[in-house]
Structures are given as C-alpha cells and as structure tokens.
Design a protein around this ligand. Sequence first.
Ligand code: ADP
Ligand code: MG
Length: 434
Amino acid sequence: MHSADDVLAHILTLLERQITKVTIDTWFSDATAVALKQDCFIIRTTSPFKKQVIDSRYGDMVRDILKELFSADMGFVVMVGDELEELQESEIPSDKDEENYTFEDFVVGSSNRFAHAAALAVATNPAKTYNPLFIYGGSGLGKTHLIKAIAHTVRKNRPDFRVVYIKGDDFINELIKDLSNQRMEEFHNKYRMADILLLDDIQFIAGKEQTQIEFFHTFNALYDANKQIVLTSDRPPKELYSLHSRLQTRFEWGLLADIQPPDYETRIAIIKKKAEKSNIYIPDNLVQYIANNVTANIRQLEGIVLRTKACRELLQQEVTMETINQAIRDILKENPGMKPTASIIISEVCKFYGISPDLIKSNNRRKDVLLPRQVASYVMRQLTDLSLPEIGKELGGQHYSTIINSIEKVQEKMKADPLFESTVKDLMSNITEA
Ligand code: ADP
Ligand code: MG
C-alpha cells in the first residue's frame, strides 16, 4: 500500500507538527527514500553531517511517526550516499510495488476487461496463449499494474521461471552502460535467459537505433525458444512511427489489447476499492462527485483518495465536499494540462460570493445572484472546453444567448473596473492553482 517515497513524504508532512518547514527543508530537502521494509524504513542523505543531525535530533520523532503510521515499532536508518553500495543486495527489498499490483486489486470494467483477461491468461499459462502480448493505452490507465500483476503471479506459481521485468528507458540505459563497459555478454545472458520478459513502456525504444537492434535479437531469441514476451506502450505498434517495421510486425504477431479510460461505473468501483484499501470511508454522494469530476485516469482517482486520507489524518478533518474539492484542485495543479470541471468552477464562484450552487443554477435574477452567475459563465468559457449551450446547461438550463450576454457583461465590467478585473483573475487562479 505504501511506497517508500510516500512514507517519506508523509513523515515530512507530519514533522511539520513539531518543527518548522524551514528546518525540515534544511535537513531533509535532499533526503531520498531508499526502502521500506517490514520492520525498518531507510533513507539516504548527502553528507555525514546531515546524517548525524537527522539521527540525533529527529530520529526519535521519525520513529514516533512511523509507529503512528504502521502501528508497530519500526527502525529508522539514515545512510549517506556511498553506503548504499555496502548494503547487500538482498537487504534491499524486492519490488514492493509488485505486491500491490495484483490481479485481485485490479478493478475490471468495460474499459479494461479485454486487457485484463489477456494478462490473466498469459500469467496463468505463459507462452501457451498469446505471444507476445502487447498492452497499450494512455497514461495512468493500468498498464504497469497489469504487467506487474503478471510478474507477481508467475513468480508465485512458477518459482522455477526466470521473470525479467524492465522499463523501456531502463532497458536503454542498461544497454548503453553495458556497451560502454564491454559487458554485452552479461546483457545478452540476462535477457535471453528469461522465461518471461516483461518490457514496460516500450515506446521509449522507438527511434533508438542500437536499442532497437538489440531488442530485435532478444525478441527473436526468446520467441524462437517459445518464451513469453509482454510489452506495454502508450500507443499501438503501428503508431510507433520511428520503430523499425520489422519490430512493429513482430509486436503484432500475438495479441494487441488496449485499455480505455474508465467509464463512470468503473470509476466508482475504483474509488471505493482504493478507499477501502486505504481504510478510509468516503460517503456515496462524494464518491459519485469524484467520479463525475475526475475522469481522465486512474492515477488521479487514486491521488484524490490518498489526499483525502492525508487530510483526515493530518488535519483530523472529516471527509467533506470541501476536502474533496481541495484534493481535486491539488490534482489539477499537478496536471497543468488538465481542465477544471464546471462543478469545481461553480462551487468556487459560489464560495467566493457566499451563495449556494442551487441559487446560481436557478432563475433568480437578483443582483447578488446574477453577477456570480455571469462570472461563472465567463470563467467556464475561459477555463474549460465547454460550448456555450453546455455552459448554459451547467447553470441550470440557461439559453446560450444568455450565456453570450453574461460573458460580454463580465468582459465590459472587467474593462471598466480594475478591481473587478483583478477579482475575477484571482478567482480563476484560485481555481487552477489553489
Ligand atoms: P500506466 O502504467 O498505464 O500509466 P498504472 O498501471 O501505473 O498506469 O496505473 C496508475 C495507478 O492506477 C496505479 O496505482 C494502479 O494501481 C491504479 N490502477 C490502474 N488501473 C486500475 C484498476 N483497473 N483497478 C485498480 N487500480 C488501478
Ligand atoms: Mg506505466
């Protein structure tokens, strides 16, 4: 459930209850999480001096926080840069992620049913069903989850199998390193002796000449030996334009399975599942609210749940519309390309003017309702891709000509009144940056 990075972030936030942000930055800004083990959390810092300070001044605080987080006594170890080398490889825990990315935890819906079934078939019967299996789809839709679930399942069921999982960009880096150190034999052995090779984000090798050639040979060697190959990519093979056509063809030999963005029901199921896993209760109406407002990908849904949980734990707040809205805005901020939804905009405008969303969506033409409604129209036009009729619909079914009128009114008023202009601008940046 927790990655080491998450735990470090959590610890730093919780430390703010006891020490100032400036102090935390001074000592922890270049600390990185190394590993989270059953009974111990390891971080790394850059100098022996920092290590000493962290150990002596903040070690106990961190141990208390770990106890709070995991309800168990945990060790806390600070390492300095080079010490990492001395740490036995066996001491570095196996990929924690893989334990979280299981088939049981994968919510199946119409958008991913096919890819899920294909992945499960391959995991249960490697090299006997689809070879290669090529899973593609946009970011945050579950490709890595599925490919790691395959790795996890095969490792569990077939301890004799050599499972090799690597990300496309790491494959490239490893190849470059081994080439320059003249260790190509090791490279070949590692990949060609795999019983199942899982290459995540293969799109990175497109356009990389040497890597493609190497991969071509690896692919052939494994395929001919009847070993399973699984690939993921953000696009189907034929859209990997700078990929050699002989690789493209090979990628299409087996099964292509795409993952689409989740539909509403699947989003609801995912939010509930993630909330349950994080031990947090989110009322149904708020679950629906999230599902209506966060539609692009599952990583964001997960982000909302984690933030909501953090709000609850750190600030001891109940889960309310306000905490959810804040979480959604935080996610927007991290994804500048993402557009706020109408209901976020309406709720912010209403909050600013102190009126209720029901009122703004009504036919009431009182001045203190009319102006916020006009501002909301203007902001939606600026910040979303909604059409005029769609904006009208969001505002309780106004005619689009009324919306045009409202937008013009706001533009005129902004020109005439600098104070109003800056209010509207602040409001917009609150919505996109809050
Ligand atoms: P991708 O590799 O396609 O960019 P990931 O597999 O990393 O996406 O998924 C992003 C996050 O969303 C992960 O934490 C993953 O566990 C979660 N996730 C994706 N799809 C599902 C699903 N169907 N059910 C549950 N969690 C999911
Ligand atoms: Mg991925």
